[in-house]
Design a protein around this ligand. Sequence first.
Ligand code: FES
Ligand code: ZN
Ligand code: ZN
Length: 298
Amino acid sequence: MKCRKCSEKALITLRRHNASFCKEHFNEFFIKQVEKGIKEYKMFDFSDKIMVCISGGKDSLVLWYLLHKMGYETTGMYINLGIGEYSEKSLRKVEAFTEKFGLKAVIVNLTELGHPIPLLEKSVKRHACSICGIAKRYYFNKVAYENNFDVVATGHNLDDESARLLGNVLKWDPAYLSKMDPNLPEEGDYIKRKVKPLIRLTELEVGAFAFMNGIDYITDECPKSVGATSMLYKGVLNSLESDMPGTKHYFYNEFFRTVADRFRADSEEKTEMYNCAVCGMESFLETCSFCKMLEKMK
Ligand code: FES
Ligand code: ZN
Ligand code: ZN
């Protein structure tokens, strides 16, 4: 197989684009997709201070590497979830990455704060992933607010977001469907804009980019994610994609082109913000979901 651009030997074939690329032209393709996503959804510009949420996985490290390389002002933010060996390994990957590329990250350690995910899981009767989601959202907002970042960027890719869309469509949940936008506006004074610049790229493409550019990442799945419904939705979309390349992209993009606005309008009417009675952070509830969770630990 030859590269579509230069006829050198291709290293990767992307069926959904009906194209094969050598390393140089795959990198060019990849960066263009990121630039396109940033521009299409007006995510940020060079005057913004960007906080990149990193987990030690390929998506977030690739995102940070690229935004930094493109000249954006970035700082990483890592949450040590306290999930045994998995968290230790992912922290080591983050440390190796920051050292290799000369970058700095803010680190929040849930064990030191007294509420690692396994402990929260014991007191709150919910799936670990949903507890973890609440904790991550809370600290993303808090760190971004306290450090005056303009925007919070996460490494969600097309696989993540099309799977999330499928889950929300299956339930026809308007509140969740209204939050699908890869550029969610800031809310009140505390909650910063949230963006997903890798939205035009699949998990496979991000993995290939990491491999070709010497970005080492944790390959283990989080042990708590076993049985998560998102995995099921990803599996369904993967089998559709393999028979019909381009399905994920079409499904996701057509949602925004056709019906997403209706859900946005619905949600705008209902938003009322409070300051959490416990921590003071802005919230849709009188006590924020994170503080409610911590109360259950007492
Ligand atoms: Fe949050 Fe696994 S990464 S529960
Ligand atoms: Zn080429
Ligand atoms: Zn609170």
